[in-house]
Design a protein around this ligand. Structure first.
Ligand code: RUB
Length: 310
């Protein structure tokens, strides 16, 4: 069964599929395919197959609660279904997955619509890494006729910023590419920082690509508004119950292929930006303060807590 799940998991690990949103969508599509190819004879076997797939996908990247929530959604629909017939259960999975993906599309549109209003003519927006959600918002603003320019960081060690820069140029936006450590140098010329998120914690902190928190500090010092553009389903319910969000640490090869002997190389993929440095979270609910995240999550997405019976 797990052939295709396994190969998708490998692609996610190798960053062939990158960015929290793309990872979540890929995982959920993989579950849909799994359902179509299942040889399970009854609901119990089908559920076991899905729980194994969940384990494989959960183990790909530690800091991806969006993917975990997407998988939780599909499996909870399967668990809750009263159907026993395999064909009908497969249909349940298909419709729950499609419902979720449609919901993600609608959220992305809403976020872009809300966030684009914050972009003023002749402004300069700085972004870090490659966030499909931020880029879509910028596309929307451009389509609405706003004139603004973008500064992208290169995002070491694997340069996701290059992907962002290419997309910005394709949109016809004036784009400047800088090394990550030049963020403070340019901050006084920046009107607003917009970054994506990989995880949101119960305390309202945000986890995003390594370097984000330094940019937030620089923005704070320069009194430049720092916005996080994200779907709320990047919230990790485990943080509510005492767990810290794990920060994925990647291979040192990404930093230095043949380093001198005995050199210690550390390569965390993400870092935590404290809520105090976040001007606002631009999400499907509107622009909200990181302090009110938890109430909104409880109201909008109570099902994400269901596996935490505390
Ligand atoms: C990508 C990254 C992105 C967020 C948000 O890291 O940090 O800013 O995932 O992206 P990586 P999106 O390249 O290691 O996956 O808005 O597309 O979900």
């Amino acid at each position: 069964m797990s052939d295709s799940i396994q190969s998708i998991a490998e692609k996610i690990k190798r960053l062939e599929i990158q960015g929290a949103r793309n990872v979540a969508i890929t995982a959920i599509k993989a579950l849909e395919k799994l359902a179509f190819r299942t040889e399970a004879k009854n609901k119990k076997e089908l559920l076991n197959e899905f729980l194994k797939a969940k384990e494989i996908l959960f183990a790909t990247r530690e800091t991806e609660p969006f993917m975990r929530n997407a998988i939780r959604w599909v499996i909870s629909c399967l668990e809750k279904s009263r159907e026993e017939n395999i064909n009908r259960l497969v249909k349940t999975i298909k419709s729950s997955s499609r419902f979720f993906r449609k919901f993600l599309e609608e959220s992305k549109e809403k976020i872009a619509e809300i966030g684009a209003k914050r972009i003023k003519d002749d402004s300069v927006i700085l972004t870090h890494c490659h966030s499909s959600t931020v880029n879509f918002l910028l596309k929307k603003a451009k389509e609405e006729g706003k004139s603004f320019e973008v500064i992208c960081t290169e995002t070491r060690p694997i340069f996701q910023g290059r992907k962002t820069a290419k997309e910005m140029l394709e949109l016809g936006l004036k784009t400047t590419f800088i090394i990550d450590s030049a963020a403070r140098f340019f901050m006084n010329k920046v009107d607003m920082v917009m970054v994506g998120a990989d995880a949101i914690t119960s305390e309202g902190n945000i986890i995003n690509k390594i370097g984000t928190s330094m940019i937030a500090l620089a923005a704070h010092e320069a009194r430049t508004p720092f916005y996080v553009v994200t779907e709320l389903l990047k919230f990790d319910p485990a943080t509510m119950y005492g767990d810290y969000e794990k920060i994925e640490e990647r291979s040192s090869d990404e930093i230095w292929k043949k380093p001198p002997e005995k050199l210690i190389i550390r390569n965390p993929a993400f870092d935590v930006t404290r809520r105090d440095f976040i001007h606002g979270i631009i999400c499907e609910e509107g622009i909200i303060s990181p302090h009110s995240i938890i109430e909104v999550i409880h109201r909008r997405y109570p099902w994400i807590f269901s596996e935490f019976n505390l």
